[in-house]
Design a protein around this ligand. Structure first.
Ligand code: AMP
Length: 549
């Protein structure tokens, strides 16, 4: 069959599939490693290197190396410029996806459809941009799935699919996901064949890379005080890349050891700097505290939904290996956290979800072809036919169909409207942590006869609280409802429907009630790139060839 699971990570990416045993398996790349660094080196206008080769090159050719692109993915203005060409974040991400797809082809797997994971706290714009990256790659994105749900699916796979659920009690799990560039805290209820996300919180500008920056800053200070005549390595791009790489290496070593030494050579000078785990923890305590604060806020939101206690804490993301993280979360929650396959759980969970979507599609197609309803006997018969066609156990197909996944809105959304004091303010239609899918309607009256258009600004919450201040919100869509037919008095009603599905992507449609016709919503700004830019980037991504270094 074939819906693959892709973890498009900030620092590392991976791809998995359901193997012949029915279990998720990670596909190893050309290098034999299960994950590929999410680093792209543009070697010319038409060639690039992805992964370890690009990472190694970062020091020598820093201006043409793009890392941590996922931190930029919701920013429609951001561009990476190399060899006279501009790349948006979805286009750079597409090169990473292309590399995973060609590695899979090397392993004999043709990837045409995939589920791509995103941090739970990603909003609409970042989710759309991730889908755009998949489209540039030429793969059909079967869905975007929140990373903690993927991790929970991977963790709970046996109980969900092996029928162990009947004997295992329901569990409330906190997924603490600290990766290279993003942090998510999610409270999930794991019941028999059901995964429900109850609350999410996080910060997609917080991750291991911030630890590296703090360490690099410290190393540069020590180096400068020991070598007052030398330049600060952070003052040029080659020096800072070198320092960041050294900082990350030292951070990894301090996960195992109490102390390490770092050699910093720059501008003809050299220092050997000792760094202890205690120093690392002092330098980065503020970052860790932020993860704990966000976790507490997520737990408070879960409590408001009736969660009295957490039974288990799953640590995912490479940065949750750090002893300071394990200790702090254990102290804060009084539960010993478990490191749950921190690098591969997300790709594996995405593959499980992909398989579920594929089975749903096959069963629905079979029912349709045979002209059957969703009557249990008909569904059972379709499960049997799908199982026979693909050599799968019928019970397995049935269980995959029965697993249900519920999730919540990661950020509230609303519209800009004139408030009571005649000032323009944000009116929230949907709040963070409301259960998905959601459909809300809002009516707008025309102000005068024969009015042709109504301006519409759709906002997304950025801060913790949904305030009426427009400055605290991000504009998702700034546009207008156009083509309102003539011949209607002032006050004729235009109904706007806001729909958000399980994937967290918002769809807005408008309808003129008196005329009973759909209206066009044209966006002036927002998540989408212009059509001409999309065509240009599509061609650029397709033309660029991967060089293996
Ligand atoms: P991920 O985005 O989940 O691939 O996580 C990558 C992040 O985990 C990077 O910032 C790495 O530096 C960090 N990381 C991976 N292994 C370790 C380790 N042993 N100790 C500390 N940080 C680590």
């Amino acid at each position: 069959m074939g819906v693959y699971g892709i973890d498009l990570g900030t620092t590392n990416s991976g791809i998995a599939m359901i193997g012949p045993t029915g279990r998720p398996e990670v596909i190893t790349g050309l290098s034999g490693a299960p994950t590929t660094p999410s680093v792209v080196l543009l070697t010319s206008a038409t060639d690039h290197v992805v992964g370890e080769g690009a990472r190694r090159q970062a020091r020598l050719d820093p201006d043409n190396v793009c890392a941590l692109v996922k931190r930029r993915i919701g920013d429609p203005e951001w561009r990476f410029v190399a060899h006279g060409q501009t790349w948006s974040a979805p286009a750079i991400s597409a090169l990473i996806l292309k590399s995973l797809v060609s590695d899979a082809a090397f392993a004999g797997e043709q990837v045409q459809r995939a589920v791509i994971t995103v941090p739970a706290y990603f909003g609409d714009e970042e989710r759309r941009a991730t889908i755009q990256a998949g489209t540039y790659t030429g793969i059909d994105v079967a869905g975007v799935l929140s990373e903690p749900i993927a991790a929970a699916l991977s963790y709970g796979f046996s109980r969900l699919t092996d029928g162990l659920g009947d004997s295992t009690p329901d569990e409330t799990v906190l997924v603490f996901d600290l990766g290279g560039g993003t942090f998510d805290a999610t409270v999930i209820e794991l019941a028999d064949r059901r995964i429900s996300v109850l609350a999410v919180d996080g910060d997609h500008q917080l991750g291991g890379a911030d630890w590296d920056e703090r360490i690099a800053l410290h190393l540069s200070r020590v180096f400068c005080s020991e070598n007052p005549d030398a330049e600060d390595p952070l003052d040029d791009s080659v020096g800072s890349q070198g320092l960041l790489i050294a900082a990350e290496r030292a951070k990894h070593e301090l996960t195992e050891a109490e102390s390490t030494s770092v050699v910093v050579s720059h501008d003809g000078a050299r220092s050997i700097i000792t760094l202890t785990r205690t120093q690392l923890e002092d330098l980065t305590g503020g970052l860790l505290q932020r993860t704990i604060d966000l976790t507490r806020s997520c737990l408070a939101a879960a409590r408001a939904r009736g969660v009295e206690r957490v039974d288990r804490v799953l640590l995912v993301g490479g940065s949750s290996r750090m002893p300071m993280v394990i200790r702090a979360i254990g102290d804060a929650l009084q539960i010993t956290p478990e490191l749950a396959d921190p690098d591969l759980a997300v790709a594996r969970g995405a593959a499980i979800y992909g398989e579920k979507l594929e089975i749903e599609r096959l069963v629905a197609d079979d029912l349709r072809t045979r002209g059957r309803s969703t009557d249990p006997a008909d569904v059972q018969e379709s499960c049997r036919r799908v199982a026979d066609a693909f050599g799968l156990p019928v019970a397995g197909v049935r269980r995959m169909l029965e697993i249900s996944v519920d999730t919540v809105v990661s950020r509230g959304f609303g519209v800009l409207a004139v408030g009571r004091s005649d000032s323009v303010e944000a009116t929230w239609l949907v709040h963070r942590n409301q259960t998905l899918p959601i459909r809300v309607r809002r009516s707008f009256g025309t102000m005068r006869a024969d009015q042709e258009r109504i301006n519409l600004t759709v906002l997304e919450q950025t801060g913790h609280e949904a305030t009426p201040r427009p400055e605290d919100a991000k504009v998702l869509i700034e546009g207008a409802i156009t083509d309102i037919p003539p011949g209607y008095d002032a006050g004729s009603e235009v109904r706007v429907t806001f729909e958000m599905g399980f994937d967290g992507v918002l769809h807005v449609t408008a309808h003129h009630l008196n005329a009973d016709i759909p209206l066009t919503l044209s966006a002036k700004t927002g998540a989408t790139l212009s059509q001409s830019e999309v065509s240009r980037e599509l061609e650029q991504v397709q033309r660029s060839r991967r060089r293996d270094r």
